[in-house]
Design a protein around this ligand. Structure first.
Ligand code: GAR
Length: 184
């Protein structure tokens, strides 16, 4: 069973989906956040999952990442899943975990890397949106795609409406792809 660490910055609904589907493929050994007061961290604590939190603003990015790396290793993490982690990892950090970090991104990559993915898909009059699970490399949202799910974009959709429809698919896609990735 692979030992998975999860990195979050916000509400952590994808973290919850990953925790709910832990089993023979992976177990969640730690949840870490760059925002000590984020609701997802409180959820992890309540569910008995070891947590780590530190604000890069308090200690500087380099010190933050050294402490994060040490905490993840101390918890036994061997692989990492970013779940709404909204901070760029340095090349140094990515290098230390090369090939062992995945992310979920709310677009059909290679379309719409970065932020405001749903607003841009609607503005482009795309017929479908979706989400992608990909390996994390030094290039933002640029690593190999391991799996995707599509949803229709409907007339009158706002970015919020589309985000909610995509999020439901994220919660299905992410545990499935992570399980496949860690079962190989
Ligand atoms: C998710 O939609 C995820 O795909 C997105 O943030 C949301 C986090 O929600 N991630 C990114 O935009 C990464 N750049 P959650 O905290 O409820 O999982």
């Amino acid at each position: 069973t692979a030992k998975l660490g999860i990195l979050i910055s916000g509400r952590g609904s994808n973290m919850q989906a990953l925790v709910a589907h832990a089993g023979s493929a992976y177990e969640v050994v730690v949840v870490a956040s760059d925002r000590p007061n984020t609701p997802g961290l409180a959820w992890a604590l309540e569910h008995g999952i070891p947590t780590f939190a530190l604000s890069p603003k308090e200690v500087g990015k380099a010190t933050y990442e050294v402490a994060l790396d040490a905490a993840l290793r101390a918890a036994g993490a061997e692989h990492l899943a970013l779940a709404g982690y909204m901070r760029l990892l340095s090349n140094d950090f990515v290098g230390r975990w090369r090939g062992r970090i995945v992310n979920i991104h709310p677009s059909l990559l290679p379309k719409y890397k970065g932020l405001d993915t749903h607003g841009r898909a609607i503005a482009a009059a795309d017929a479908v949106g979706g989400c992608s699970v990909h390996l994390v490399t030094e290039e933002l949202d640029g690593g190999d795609v391991l799996g995707q799910a599509e949803v229709p974009i409907l007339p009158g959709d706002t970015p919020e409406m589309l985000a909610a429809r995509v999020l439901a698919e994220e919660h299905r896609l992410y545990p499935r792809v992570v399980s496949e990735w860690l079962s190989r």
